[in-house]
Design a protein around this ligand. Sequence first.
Ligand code: GLC
Ligand code: CA
Length: 548
Amino acid sequence: MNKAWWKEAVVYQVYWRSFYDSNGDGIGDLKGVIEKLDYIKKLGVDVIWLNPFYESPDRDNGYDISNYEAVMTQAGTMETFDILLEEIHRRDMKVILDLVVNHTSDQHEWFLESKSSKTNAKRDWYIWKDAKNGGKPNNWRSYFEPSPWTWDEATEQYYFHSFAVEQPDLNWENEEVRKEIYRMMRTWLDKGIDGFRMDVINLLAKPEGFPDAEDPDHISYLADNPGIHDYLQEMNREVLKDYDTMTVGEIPFVTPETGLLYVDENRHELNTLFHFQVADEMPVMDLPKYKAIQQAWYDGLHDRGWNSQFLNNHDHTRQVTRYGNDQEYRAESAKLLATMLHTLPGMPYVYQGEEIGMTGVRFDSIKDYEDIAMKNKYKEEVEKGRDPQEVFESLLLLSRDNSRTPMQWDDGEQAGFTTGTPWIKVNPNKKEINVKQALKDPNSIFYYYQQLIALRKEQPVMVYGDYEDLSRKYETLYVYTRSYEKKTWLILLNHSDKDQRYKFEERCIGRPVHCVIGNYDRGEAGRMHLEPSILLKPYEARIYEWSE
Ligand code: GLC
Ligand code: CA
């Protein structure tokens, strides 16, 4: 497999509005990111992914863009962005931006024009359809609404939106739209950014004729439609191939088979992808399922394309709450999940706050929540006559606000995030969980991440090593090897709150090994020989290394 800088990178995701507020208005901002760059650098990461900060009415926290080439007031100014870019590069890091081109805001000038009349030159830039039998053009639903179709009184047609009413989808069939997007991408790349995280990129192509779905609730019909690969190959030819970028596509509903089509190095589309077989389809840890997913992706992409590893982001509840144990074993399980993500094949992503073991949140009332996906769903279900409290409870675990609460810098009233009133409440556990505390404690989750990330720089086995699962028989133990050239790493993970014994395979027993890293005190960190079995403590993680 070819080497590349981005394959060796660790990405840190900055959800800037919840990161650090530099001016006391309660909203994080780009200047706040600049002020915290030394902190990010201290962790050792290579790339920063910044969520959208473009001009936006902010109905979906910046994913509803009204001007791709301006900065939203809350985030700062273009001058601040330029300084941020320079400061990131000066620290030898890179930055990728969110590219949100499946849809715009309904306040984007293009949509306002498109909507103004049926004969407007930009009418065809969006997807407009006549009513069918006096109703909606088909029976689909959207991510955030019961229907993806909204009626426009003035021009008597429906427009299409995969997400909220305020997020009309662009019509990628229209060549002018594509040209304009490519020009915009070049503008940002020419400024010096290092790549893109491409929002719901497999939604760009729509199915011919918009036929009714058999199961309208299963919205996979929005994704992976014919034509998508032509667009991405065109985007590559017209833009990406001229720059040394990294691209990661957000690709819901993708499987290893369809995923390869996006990242196969010979196809010249994207570098890497996020699939959602875990985040969208595994609400709590189900280790046999997780192993099967890892295996299938490893087999599917091996030697041909590159994967990503993540368990949370701004759309998904914090990993220690969902997949670890955020109570008794918070630190142990946070370190265990980190050990896993940093040693499975693919690029590891760290979502801000993960490195100090921030947890999900449970506010008292729907009024404390801001997430449009959650609020719309709540409204939809309550309108059907369901009990409001029951609906509320059912939405808590997966609310996107779980991961959007302010970064916990210290134990102050607003966790050191702002001197004003934060746009969303701070997690009450800021007293115990915060950066100040983490930096003081040599055993903190933070320093464990720092070690893992530093290891990646010295250890190509973490990046390029072959993967083999040695734990198929175990329900809650995950043990695998990565092997590269003459070196093998054996990763042992106890995903349970009980002691568990693992029996080594014959070929491992007696090997001289040393322990590279572990999340419990490693009494025998020096050289030793593998015994026939090992007893792992609750949420214990260890890595052993041996050479041929
Ligand atoms: C992606 C984003 C999410 C947003 C949606 C619509 O899934 O990550 O935050 O709401 O796209 O743009
Ligand atoms: Ca601010």
